[in-house]
Design a protein around this ligand. Sequence first.
Ligand code: NAP
Length: 254
Amino acid sequence: MIRVGVLGARGRMGRTVCAAVVADPDCELVAAVDTQAGEAVAGLEVSDSPDALLASSAQVAVDFTHPSAVMGNVRWCLTQGIHMVVGTTGLTPADLDEIRSLADSGPANAVVAPNFAVGAVLALRFAEQAAAWFPDAEIIELHHEAKADAPSGTAIATARAIAAARGHQPVAPAGDDAHPGARGADIDGVRVHSVRLPGLLAHEEILFGGPGQVLTIRHDSTDRASFMPGVLLAIKAVASRPGLTHGLGALLED
Ligand code: NAP
């Protein structure tokens, strides 16, 4: 049995992860941590201190908190020898470098994935393939209104994969000065447009344009259940993967 603690246990993702861990015969939920203590999640009382992870001898901590909180949790857990599965988005390349360094030099490993849905990983792979034939590409990512970061980590990863896979970078027209932002964010030369609306969960549309044709790759997470098989896969794999594993794709290849 893998002893699992969840950081952000009272949140939308944290609650779903707690329930998935309890339902998995290979895992045991031993700690639930959030900013406010008291309430029970998946039958376990929530603690407001990560010390609960140590007190319960958690082997793996899963973080679905906030971009402003995640690095503090990562530093603390990896230094304490607790493996980490990080789903919180908004990490910068410098954050990833720091996690890699901590995991390489310390007693615990990390899996970090901006999207734990298998369909989103496949969409990224299909986009890499398409980029070789359609260098002109733009991304629209659509999420619920409470998402803290924009663009999404998934869209950033997809844009970088397209930029690396296409043979040349096409020149996309800029917008006019009167309407800044109309052309979206420029991620390695790929335009990314972020939509935030109630009613949405997590969606990504990758559009490739060529003479006389448009190819659209679309992935929709319609329920947080979509992320759970990937999260459980990471919980089970992290102890045997030294250092940092970045992206669910690496785990699917094993
Ligand atoms: P949420 O509902 O706001 O939940 C986050 C929870 O974490 C809140 O209860 C928050 O408490 C708590 N928290 C904040 N700082 C903390 C800390 N230092 N220690 C422990 N708990 C802390 O957010 P969500 O929708 O679940 O999303 C969480 C993160 O997961 C976001 O970054 C989101 O983009 C990401 N996400 C990733 C995936 C993926 O597949 N990788 C999928 C979906 C979402 P307060 O409310 O008091 O601050």
